[in-house]
Design a protein around this ligand. Structure first.
Ligand code: SAM
Length: 296
């Protein structure tokens, strides 16, 4: 099968199958060989690697991945694309095509079935409407994932990589950076896709930390603090945390913890580093666990 990174070959396949793009599935297919080479190189693949590709489309990037890796598992939600993939990928014997929603697939099971339980490398031109749920479920599920090299909306890539005190810094930056080291490897303009998206894109590589960069007793609790801190961006951290019903924190508890950490009472969430959120979580969590004095 001809290289689908060549726009002419992509158009030919689309016409042959009378395929209509489905906006609801975030279908923007890559038609630029330089970008395809760049993503594949950024994923640092060897023949020992098993790749999980999310949303292969008509198989354009899948061809590149199958050349570079030992095995490729390609999970595509759109049933209409499966016969096309069977044709475009027919000459490869190292690709498993699965017709399913990636958010419903058991990635632990995929790694067990296709890679002896060893970490998979995720590579994808992601559907932008579910970028964050996909990335968070890859990390939070605890599935063996060594790295995630993906095309995302440029603005989302910026948020994943942002540091404290910048306008892009938020709950996504902290969540991603707790699990992985992010690095934007390329900016990609709309004309590299068919149809053209309305936004700029970027390729970001997230290399998973072997151990998280901060230690925190209850990471789930830390993430609920982080979410509450950025829910109301213009408010002080103290007000945001006290207003979050699920946290049940008092002004005194939060003020006390901030003072012990040497932070000003009016500090905002966007000024805190991941280390500081971890420390705050440990202080407030133990504060919450202290029993109220009994009335006797
Ligand atoms: N990889 C192809 C390329 O680069 O040309 C297509 C990328 S396109 C941006 C996103 C792909 O993800 C589409 O093929 C779409 O049908 C598929 N997709 C959307 N939602 C999905 C989901 N929940 N699970 C699996 N695939 C999904």
């Amino acid at each position: 099968m001809a290289n689908l990174g060549n726009p002419r070959n992509t158009i030919e396949i689309i016409q042959k199958y009378n395929f209509s793009f489905r906006k609801k599935f975030g279908q923007n297919f890559l038609i630029d060989t330089h970008v395809l080479e760049k993503i594949t190189a950024a994923a640092e693949l060897t023949k020992d690697d098993c790749v999980l590709e999310i949303g292969p489309g008509i198989g354009t990037m899948t061809q590149y991945l199958a050349e570079a890796a030992g095995h490729v598992i390609a999970v595509e939600i759109d049933r209409g694309l499966i016969p096309i993939l069977q044709e475009t990928l027919a000459e490869y014997d190292n690709i498993t095509i699965i017709n399913d929603d990636i958010l419903k697939v058991d990635i632990n099971q995929l790694a067990a079935d296709h890679n002896g339980g060893r970490p998979l490398k995720v590579v994808a031109n992601l559907p932008y409407y579910i970028t964050t749920p996909i990335i968070m479920s890859l990390f939070e599920s605890g599935a063996p994932v060594g790295s995630v090299t993906v095309m995302v909306q440029k603005e989302v890539a910026g948020r994943m990589q942002a540091g404290p005190g910048t306008k892009d810094y938020g709950a996504l930056s902290l969540a991603v950076q707790y699990y992985a080291k992010p690095e934007i490897v390329a900016n990609v303009p709309p004309n590299c896709f068919i149809p053209r998206p309305n936004v700029g894109s970027a390729v970001i590589r997230l290399k998973r930390h072997e151990t998280p960069p901060v230690s925190v007793r209850n990471a789930e609790y830390m993430f609920s603090l982080i979410r509450a801190s950025f829910n109301q961006r213009r408010k002080t951290l103290q007000n945001s945390l006290c207003n979050a019903a699920d946290l049940s924190l008092t002004k005194e508890q939060v003020a006390g913890a901030l003072a012990e950490m040497g932070l000003p009472a009016a500090v905002r969430g966007e000024a805190l580093t991941l280390e500081q959120f971890a420390e705050l979580a440990d202080r407030l969590d133990s504060g919450m666990n202290e029993k109220e004095p009994s009335e006797s």
